[in-house]
Design a protein around this ligand. Structure first.
Ligand code: KIV
Length: 264
């Protein structure tokens, strides 16, 4: 019987320099398709607030929503590691984080949670790790802070901000993070992060030198107008399966993201 990938498997991919392929998934049918195409991490992202629920931001997504969609994705997949987002404010304190992550893991069966690493994230990561809960720390552009940021834009172009992101990533790894996801930062910064950390660094809008890549499924299929760093893999291809397989192959060959999708 096929077994699920573990953090140890993903770390082994990083160690041998083989890019890790991740994609968002929100339901069982797509989870099955992505799993069979060789996607190694299925991220039940709170982006579901926008692409599934039609909201303007991710802020309205609840832990209940995440449990429901995560359960569907776990049910549809056999091999991929399934990771779910902790939605807005559900990890604002270590106590809330344990409660939210515990519900997600017990009620849906996901193997890992991801949190947007705000200023107090080290304490939250430490508490989760202490409870044996695998955590991915999301750095760079944090969509849950969009109203504070005033829009979705590149983070870490200024040298002092880039250094601060690098230091945060190292502090989060030291606190117990098992993975880092970095969104919308210059490719050179993401390459430094991947080099500096032992844990896998998964990028979105962060260049080809990360340890792995993730995209929002609906952007990859051209269902939603993706950001500049995304690519419509269905364009010019005959089926969704072909589009997903092309994404897997392009990431594994480090041909995605290419120069047009790379931010500096
Ligand atoms: O919610 C999500 O889909 C994400 C991706 C942007 C990585 O966090």
């Amino acid at each position: 019987m096929e077994r699920r990938l573990t953090l140890t498997d993903l770390r082994a991919l990083k160690e041998r320099g083989e890019p890790i392929v991740a994609l968002t998934a929100y339901d069982a049918a797509f989870a099955r398709l992505l799993d069979r195409a060789g996607v190694e991490i299925l991220l039940v992202g709170d982006s579901l607030g926008m692409v599934i629920q039609g909201r303007e931001t991710t802020l309205g997504v609840t832990v209940d929503d995440m449990v429901y969609h995560s359960r569907c994705v776990v049910a549809g997949s056999r091999r991929a590691l399934v990771m779910a987002d902790l939605p807005f404010l559900s990890c604002a304190t270590p106590e809330r984080a344990v409660d939210s992550a515990g519900r997600l893991m017990q009620q849906s069966g996901v193997q890992m949670v991801k949190l947007e690493a705000g200023p107090d994230a080290e304490a939250v990561v430490e508490r989760l790790a202490g409870q044996g809960i695998p955590v991915c720390a999301h750095l760079g552009l944090l969509p849950q802070t969009v109203h504070k940021l005033g829009g979705y834009r590149l983070q870490g172009r200024e040298p002092e901000v880039a250094e601060a992101i690098l230091r945060r990533a190292q502090a989060l790894e030291a606190a117990g993070a098992d993975m880092v996801l970095v969104e919308c930062v210059p490719a050179a910064l993401a390459a430094r992060l991947s080099e500096a950390l032992t844990v896998p660094v998964i990028g979105i809008g962060a260049g080809a030198e990360c340890d792995g890549q993730v995209l929002v499924l609906h952007d990859l299929l051209g269902v939603t107008p993706g950001p500049r760093f995304s690519r419509d893999f269905l364009a010019g291809r005959g089926s969704i399966t072909e589009a997903i397989s092309a994404y897997v192959a392009e990431v594994k060959a480090r041909r995605f993201p290419g120069p047009p999708e790379t931010l500096a």
